[in-house]
Design a protein around this ligand. Sequence first.
Ligand SMILES: C[S@@+](CC[C@H](N)C(=O)[O-])C[C@H]1O[C@@H](n2cnc3c(N)ncnc32)[C@H](O)[C@@H]1O
Length: 384
Amino acid sequence: MENNFQMVAKTLYGFEDLLAKELVQLGAQRVKKGVRNVTFLGDKGFMYKCNLALRTAVKILKPIASFKVFDEKDLYEKIYKIKWENYIDSKGSIAINSTLNSNIFTHSQYISLKAKDAIVDRFRSLKNERPSVDLRFPDLKINIHIDKMFCNVSLDSSGESLHKRGYKTATNIAPINEVLAAGLIMLSGWDGQSDLLDPMCGSGTILIEAAMIACNIPPNLMRNEFAFEKWKDWDVDLFEKIENSLLNKTRDFHYNIYGIDKAPSAVKKAIDNINNSKLDSFISIRHDDFFKTSKSSKELLHIIFNPPYGERLEINVEKLYEDIGNTLKRNYANSNAWFITSNKESLKYVGLRPSKKIKLFNAKLESIFAKYEIYDGSKKAKKQ
Ligand SMILES: C[S@@+](CC[C@H](N)C(=O)[O-])C[C@H]1O[C@@H](n2cnc3c(N)ncnc32)[C@H](O)[C@@H]1O
């Protein structure tokens, strides 16, 4: 298609396959996996669609220039040559974010400053007027990535990270990132064909992301703003058309999604967030101690959670993970239980052998996403 251009969707470590699959399903062309990113082709409407509908992307970048760069003067000149007046008015505001992987360039803030000088100087000489810098609410967010001698200049079409879905107004002390939560559910293979439980649900992120997956609801429908809404080529009619076409693809869901938490404050936060997300007809929350609960039906149950790791919350790790193992074994037969923890030691105390272990990161913490298959009746849970 002649209006297609290249885009880069950025993601979290370990989610490249999931993101590439999402992109193919949405209709992207020439999908290519990188490290924590996937590149693809699409047009403007597709860029809107990606921002609204991708669950495992944190940002969608639109590259506008790429070149070899030898020193700071060279960088200045090449950035100066870009036709910035096509992207922003001289009265507008910009913010530049630089990431570097290079021996020549080592100070990202200095690179941002040089790039800003180049843009500002171009406007001054063309229009006698210059855009201002606004790091919080810029009209144009610019991304500069230098890898060795190769420089990519992109426009950030998303703005704030796409994990900011817009439903979470209440946070607890250790909420999981929404993109991570969605990716965990997808990695675990849950497809909405069984009940799903988060037995330590905190603010309810996993439950809300699960309900959106089950009903095929685009995750960013409730988001306040995307950066492309301030672009010169912003097309509100096209955006609404894309929104409506995505809404037409939502589906019904006939199982239960439910959460348990022992902290009353977490229960309140989960309920608030679920109400905000307008998914309260699919999700229920119970105030309880998971270790005193048991499975309510004989049907296969899918369990996903992120227990306290002992990193940010003060806990007795040994006892907590021992109790998790015992509760699953004794009270949750016929379940597939997955949890993510950055505390690798803790897995020793579960007393069950994981059937799968996947390396991921929870923010900066290297973590394990482990699966435990809890069998029914004669087939006992695998002992360590
Ligand atoms: C790391 S947080 C979960 C965060 C959650 N995924 C979110 O997005 O907000 C761990 C949660 O486990 C809960 N918890 C700890 N022990 C529990 C238990 N025995 N039963 C139920 N909840 C428990 C804590 O109250 C806390 O809310």
